[in-house]
Design a protein around this ligand. Structure first.
Ligand code: ADP
Ligand code: MG
Length: 679
């Protein structure tokens, strides 16, 4: 079936398919498909004056043409314009028609970037036009994001037709636009798609141009509106009010070898206030690594259990889930509360037993991986779901949870701090509690950057550390392309360390191991029977062995900032002075240098997250990489903070006073993109 817009816009089937690939489904989507950049074809540069590295247009006569076969088949065309220089045009993909178009003696125009190449000045795959039959462009030429098989002229034509087809009337009232000093949408779109001759590339690429500001504002407003509506929907939903009598939680608190920090107490009372409501809680518990989120989770769980409901605790990896299981068992079983365990790798019989304990209500709490929700696990009366490291779950798993948990309270936990701008823009439907204080007596961690060539010194340092009775982690490099290779490297590292340091007992834990084997090694390490734990990055989250005071990370330059921060947070949990050694191998990319500098200079997770956002944009925090959908196309959270603040202020007013505007606005901006929001 043809999409409705195909006939309207006179689009061929092939183009329609390509547009789908670009996620453009309606004429409005197409009208909102804005240029990535602009090319200047309004004038011609003399070849001798054309600057290298910036796009420009030149014109000249073809002096020579030949097909070369070395190093590969390519077409080389030389042109000159009398300015004194010869320009080489090089094509790696070409057809006979190109050779004809650029026959010797023809006058042609070429648009592209000049590079100083081996043969002199050259343009690779420039855009070619016949000089005799084409006039100069009157305004800058927009260049759009596209996919293979949909060329710029076709896309430009489709977009122009879309602009003529869709009603461009404004969704926002003039009064509001006046107050915000923003231009009309129609005007803005026309300007950006077909800039008048008076505009320069520089002006149009500047995000502060009013036309861009208008689009960014609209985008941010749409996002704020949809988040707020999601919130309203949740708040008007129903959930069981979970009011505990404090009996069980007081008992647990009394049994702990430490007092809760003030921050822990505060977030706990925020969570309890939410649980007592008759609509589902949707709260993120945020706290740096080691800030003590687990006990807060346990005490929240007890509130639900006191009220007579069950709790599910879910973690993204088996190791982490199992750590929680061990902790919860240790805390809960003495109070006569059974803890069920559900994981993907579990034996069938064991799984059946645990599932039964959950479904007949024998176990008030179940801990596990996403197996908790993917299998046919039936809770008798689920009241609260606790999700650790929520952002590490894939979108499908989060959706499964969302569907399962329509009317249950949800507590998410994360050590990856969400910077304020992100929290403001993407998590409007998430209440946030922050543990902003570490438990007392933590020793600061000293971080060192060490060239891999000096690895032997690091081994020596490790030996000394272990001789003092402390323990160490040695994290093997991440090898994304091959798990087998990663395993091989880890095994080699293990053997190398065993050979170099025969006096130490060294263990290995990696992702391919069976859950039971992993648990066994972890238990050995926890009990202090292993001095050193060699690990692939599986230990990244949640592992808690206070006697470990040294963390060595190999090829630290390959890891992301959040990951480095998490890994480093595995030490510094006991009384001993702790060290984190980041081994790196040269050459370092700019990105790697920037990251290592940040992790070296900062220990505060929030600051690291902020810098991370600067370095690589918000995608990672949001799991956008998994979903593949960019969250914001036009606005940039750091640069456009003022617009975000305005959108945040105006969204609730519009929802209150002008539901008609809200509908129209969301219809335009989100009609085909709804899927990614709110997961
Ligand atoms: P995270 O927030 O990274 O999940 P954990 O919950 O694993 O941190 O806690 C880290 C360590 O701190 C654990 O060993 C835990 O027992 C301990 N801990 C938690 N709260 C306190 C506290 N108030 N005082 C002292 N130690 C605490
Ligand atoms: Mg934790």
């Amino acid at each position: 079936m043809l999409p409705v817009h195909q006939k309207q816009l006179k689009i061929t089937d092939v183009s329609a398919k390509k547009l789908e690939k670009l996620n453009l489904h309606t004429p409005w989507d197409i009208a909102l498909h804005l240029p990535l950049r602009y090319e200047d074809e309004t004038h011609i540069m003399p070849i001798a004056d054309a600057p290298a590295g910036t796009p420009c247009q030149v014109e000249g006569e073809v002096l020579h043409q030949e097909v070369q076969f070395k190093p590969r088949r390519q077409l080389i065309v030389q042109i000159a314009d009398g300015s004194g220089s010869v320009l080489h045009l090089r094509f790696i993909h070409f057809y006979a028609s190109h050779q004809k178009q650029m026959a010797v003696g023809k006058r042609i125009r070429a648009v592209g970037e000049i590079k100083r190449g081996f043969y002199g000045d050259e343009m690779i795959h420039p855009k070619i036009r016949d000089a005799e039959n084409s006039g100069l462009a009157e305004s800058l030429t927009p260049v759009y994001p596209t996919v293979n098989g949909l060329n710029q002229p076709t896309l430009r034509r489709i977009i122009q037709t879309a602009l003529d087809t869709v009603p461009l009337h404004d969704t926002l009232p003039d009064e509001l636009l006046g107050r915000l000093k923003l231009p009309h949408l129609a005007e803005s779109l026309r300007l950006l798609h077909a800039p008048p001759p008076s505009y320069t590339i520089y002006q149009l690429s500047d995000g502060t141009l009013p036309a861009w500001q208008r689009l960014k504002f609209d985008e941010l407003l749409a996002q704020q509106l949809s988040m707020r509506l999601a919130r309203q929907k949740r708040v008007s939903g129903t959930a069981k009010a979970l009011k505990g009598n404090g009996g069980l939680s007081d008992k647990l608190v009394r049994s702990l070898p430490f007092d809760l920090t003030r921050a822990q107490q505060r977030v706990l009372s925020e969570i309890r206030a939410d649980l007592a409501q008759t609509h589902p809680m949707h709260r993120l518990l945020q706290g740096d690594v080691g800030s003590g989120k687990t006990i807060v989770a346990a005490l929240s769980a007890l509130t639900a259990i006191e009220a007579g409901y069950q709790v599910a605790v879910m973690a993204p990896t088996e190791i982490l889930a199992e750590q929680h299981y061990i902790k919860f068992k240790q805390w809960f079983e003495p109070m006569g509360l059974a803890v069920a365990w559900l994981s993907g790798s579990q034996r069938k019989k064991e799984k059946e037993q645990n599932k039964a304990a959950v479904s007949d209500g024998l176990a008030p709490i179940a801990v596990g991986t996403h197996a908790l929700f993917q299998e046919d696990v039936q809770f008798q009366n689920l009241g609260l779901v606790i999700v650790d490291e929520q952002h590490r779950f894939g979108v499908a798993q989060r959706l499964a949870l969302k569907n399962k948990g329509q009317d249950v309270h949800q507590l998410m936990m994360s050590a990856t701090p969400i910077p304020r701008t992100l929290a403001m823009s993407f998590f409007a439907d998430l209440d946030v509690s922050v543990i902003d204080e570490l438990p007392p007596n933590r020793t600061p961690i000293k971080t060192r950057l060490v060239n891999n060539a000096r690895r032997a010194e690091v081994e020596g340092f490790m030996l000394n550390t272990c001789r003092k009775g402390q323990q160490a982690y040695w994290v093997c490099p991440l090898i994304e392309e091959s798990e087998t290779l990663q395993l091989q490297t880890a095994t080699e590292t293990l053997e190398a360390l065993q050979t170099a340091l025969p006096e130490l007992s060294v263990g290995l834990v990696h992702g391919r191991m069976k859950a039971a084997e992993k648990a066994e090694i972890m238990a050995e390490f926890s009990a202090g029977r292993l001095n050193v734990l060699v690990a692939t990055t599986v230990i990244e989250v949640g592992v808690d062995v206070p006697n470990a005071s040294l963390m060595v990370i190999e090829h630290a330059e390959r890891m992301g900032l959040a990951q480095l921060h998490q890994l480093r947070g595995r030490v510094g949990r006991g009384g001993a002075a702790s060290h984190c050694v980041l081994l790196f191998a040269e050459p370092l990319s700019e990105l790697a240098k920037a990251r290592l500098k940040v992790i070296y200079e900062h220990t505060d997770g929030f600051e690291i997250a902020r810098q991370d956002l600067n370095i690589r944009g918000p995608g990672e925090f949001l799991g956008a990489r998994q979903s593949g959908v960019p969250m914001l196309r036009f606005a940039n959270l750091e640069e456009d903070l003022h617009l975000l603040e305005k959108a945040r202020e105006i969204a609730p007013q519009l929802i209150e006073q002008r539901p008609d505007i809200v509908d129209a606005h969301l219809d335009r901006w989100l009609s085909s993109r709804e899927g990614y929001l709110g997961v």
